[in-house]
Design a protein around this ligand. Structure first.
Ligand code: HSE
Length: 430
């Protein structure tokens, strides 16, 4: 039964996600309203240039005046889908100050200015929800903030960028070079014309900051995240990994060091083909969570795209509508633990190092000596080739990143080492 109450909604931005939010909100209005407990009425859709194309939005709802939507006293709830820092930040702050709850998918903004925005929501006694900001349709932020709040999260490890996962999947399946897999992804619309934010890890780093903050009850920003992208991964790296029953994934990882600091990083890493994250292929996303009592869990699904992301937005919209009607607020992210951020040098993992060496007596000994003198313990060494083309593949035990970096520096100084062809981190049991 339709409620007699009405909540008016303003949407900022009508791109790939916004247009699906509007379409689904209008198409499923009766069900969504019944679930929310109020008539959910879309009253404004603000786009920079309403005449530039057909947005599929009734003409009378379209406006180019973004500010008027967040200032309109009649609007109760705002959906921000502009992306980027400004004017999104200013508009959200105004909306919150004006007593409107806000739903956003803006990971870049939350990773940079989350503390300011959460405080503004607190001060105004309204909700700021953002499930769609990390891993699109996959419910992961609410589980971290609510379902797992009675547990202790130990580690979060996610494939949170679909573009890079698609590229790495093609490199793994076809032996393709990075550039060719990227070109194919661009042709199929999986990668942007300027793929920098995806392939160099910026998009995943923003998501990693949000995940780490929620998992460890602390403030984490994009600047706290160490990041390396996938553009240096070669077809040979992938081939070597495959031969060892491993696969390369771009991982967003957050855990706590022995000193109690949050280590948060985005980089390519080798994982076993038996690890649940190895089965996450193409443009799919997944977040693998380990917690003290619940153990291991994986949240898997569509990490991007209009309709999947709109699902998360509309879930948040119904939730903030319910909260508003009940006169309360939804659960907040907490920062009570206030953990420090670890330096990348203090993180610990295993490494696979490929070295091109001369195949002469004493070479292995000199290489082993460099590892030993930097306190990096070797687990296995394999050699292939002979003469000038010999290759050593060294797998280490768990070591400190700073010790490994010093090792690599010293190795490249050895006369017998032609070059350090690649250094890859290894995550999980292999
Ligand atoms: N560009 C992102 C991806 C989606 O490739 O997964 C939006 O965060």
């Amino acid at each position: 039964m339709m409620s007699s109450k009405t909540l008016k909604i303003g949407v900022l931005g009508c791109g790939v996600v916004g247009s699906q939010v509007v379409r689904l909100l209008l198409a499923n209005k009766a069900d969504l309203s019944t679930r929310a407990g109020a008539n959910l009425q879309l009253v404004k859709v603000a786009v920079r240039n309403p005449k530039s194309k057909n947005y599929g939005v009734p003409d009378e709802l379209l406006t180019s005046d973004l500010k008027s939507v967040v200032s309109d006293p009649q609007v109760d709830l705002i959906v921000e889908l502009l992306g980027g820092i400004e004017p999104a930040r200013e508009l959200i702050l105004t909306a919150l100050k004006n007593g409107k709850s806000v739903v956003t998918a803006n990971k870049a903004l939350l990773a940079k200015h989350g503390a300011e925005l959460y405080a503004a929501a607190d001060n105004a006694n309204v909700d700021l929800y953002y499930e769609a900001a990390v891993a699109g349709a996959i419910p992961i932020l609410r589980p971290l903030r609510e379902s797992l709040v009675g547990d202790q999260v130990l580690k979060v490890m996610g494939i949170v960028n679909g573009t890079t996962n698609y590229i790495l999947t093609k490199m793994d399946e076809n032996g393709a070079a990075f550039e060719d897999a990227l070109r194919e992804a661009q042709k199929l619309g999986f990668a942007e014309a300027d793929p920098t934010a995806d392939v160099e890890g910026g998009d995943a780093a923003a998501k990693a900051a949000i995940l780490a903050g929620l998992a460890f009850h602390s403030r984490v920003t994009d600047l706290d995240v160490y990041k390396e992208g996938i553009s240096k991964i070669t077809a040979t790296d992938v081939k070597v990994a495959k031969a060892m029953d491993l696969v390369i994934k771009l991982l967003a990882i957050a855990d706590v060091t022995n000193d109690g600091a949050i280590a948060v990083r985005v980089h390519p890493a080798l994982i076993s083909r038996a690890h649940p994250l190895a089965s996450v292929r193409d443009s799919y996303n997944a977040v693998f969570v380990e917690s003290a009592s619940a153990g291991q869990m994986m949240f898997y699904g569509r990490g991007a795209g209009g309709e999947p992301t709109a699902s998360a937005i509309l879930g948040d919209l119904v939730a903030v509508a319910r909260n508003k009607l009940s006169g309360g607020l939804g659960p907040r992210e907490s920062d009570y633990a206030d953990l420090k951020i670890a330096k990348i040098g203090d993180t610990q993992t295993r490494y696979l190092i490929r070295l091109n060496v001369a195949d002469k007596p004493g070479v292995l000994e000199s290489v082993a000596h460099v590892f030993a003198s930097n306190q990096v313990s070797i687990q296995t060494v394999r050699q292939s080739g002979a003469g000038d083309k010999a290759e050593l593949i060294v797998m280490t035990h768990i070591s400190k990143e700073s010790a490994l970096s010093a090792t690599v520096k010293d190795l490249s100084k050895l006369d017998s080492v032609t070059d350090v062809a690649s250094v890859l981190r290894v995550e999980g049991e292999i």
